[in-house]
Design a protein around this ligand. Structure first.
Ligand code: VAH
Length: 318
């Protein structure tokens, strides 16, 4: 990887990934793709090139890829699960018409493409514990439908046109830099902010609801390592289960209370997000990612919580 375009560079993953790649590939051009209204700011704007790139405009994508001689595209444009339920047609447009625009550019200009999938690609009929790499995928959310279609379309472009498409199924991602928006797993980020601000957290996901979760530094490392991996060892491509921890709201609150004992938590379950969460795995089996490209998480619930609280106290001036 040398010249990399991050589409959706100001989102929860994109903002951190762009800065990571700029640190790790100083000799390359790491282009922050964004859309009007979601402009990069501060260090993200000042530390490298930025271009308007709307996934629904194939010509715009082709122009930026050609001008910067992009060899790798990270496609991070998406409506997350709960928001997508409010705007299913827009979610399809961004996630599917956007994806085929990117894949066509990659076919014509010979670049690699990373498009994340998610635990959202599974549904209620998928085994919830030790969810296999290859298993039934009948998601009930439009987000999940787009993720399964993303996996299939990305594999199709590899098999038919040899486009180097790669992907991981992300758990719920937790970070202290950019807040997620409209996700089912957002509670696991919001609760940290409430704890540090000394506010009672009103949790939209019911106690006992397990989901796969991951600290952002592990997620970013996975997104980079898979693109640098030797594809000769791949038996899969789109998309690899990757896991690190699985918890439910009470366990997360207990981990935070080791550092902030005053945290108060009560529940106002959001039926839309609870319905989605109930359909997702509790814990995925990520043995294929470990075997085929050496995936290994570095954070667990306690080390993530310690790191999150340390950074958020600085960010929030507490
Ligand atoms: C969501 N955070 O909740 C995203 C993600 C696995 C969860 O896809 O929609």
């Amino acid at each position: 990887m040398k010249n990399v375009l991050i589409i959706g560079s100001t989102g929860q993953i994109g903002s951190d990934l762009t800065m990571k790649l700029r640190r790790e590939i100083p000799e390359g051009k790491i282009i922050a793709g964004y859309i009007p209204g979601f402009e990069p700011k501060g260090e993200l704007l000042e530390s490298g090139p930025a271009e308007v790139v709307n996934v629904c405009d194939g010509k715009q994508i082709a122009d930026v890829v050609s001008r910067y001689k992009v060899d790798t595209v990270y496609n991070l444009a998406a409506l997350l699960s709960a928001t997508a339920e409010k705007f299913p047609l827009k979610a399809w447009d961004i996630q599917m018409n956007g994806l085929i625009n990117i894949l066509e550019v990659a076919r014509e200009q010979k670049c690699a493409v990373f498009t994340p999938s998610s635990i959202g690609a599974f549904g209620p009929s998928t085994p919830h514990v030790n969810t296999p790499q290859d298993t039934i995928q009948r998601p009930k959310s439009i987000y999940g439908v787009t993720k399964v279609a993303t996996e299939l379309l990305s594999d199709y472009y590899f098999n038919k046109y040899a486009v180097d498409t790669r992907s991981v199924r992300f758990p719920g991602l937790i970070s202290y830099t950019t807040l997620p928006g409209g996700g089912t797993t957002d509670y696991a980020v919001e609760i940290y902010y409430a704890a540090i601000k000394g506010e009672e957290y009103v949790c939209p996901i019911g106690a006992g609801t397990y989901m796969d979760m991951m600290y952002m530094p592990d997620a970013l490392r996975a997104a980079v390592e898979i693109m640098q991996a030797d594809p000769d060892k791949f038996e899969h491509r789109n998309s690899f289960n990757i896991a690190s921890m699985s918890f439910e709201p009470e366990e997360l609150a207990a981990a935070i209370r080791k550092y902030i004992p005053t945290l108060k938590l009560r529940y106002e379950v959001d039926p839309v997000r609870q319905h989605i969460a109930n359909s997702w795995p509790d814990k995925m089996d990520d043995s294929c990612a470990r075997k085929e490209w050496g995936w290994k998480p570095e954070y667990d619930l306690d080390s993530m919580t310690r790191d999150m609280i340390g950074h958020l106290k600085i960010k929030l001036g507490k």
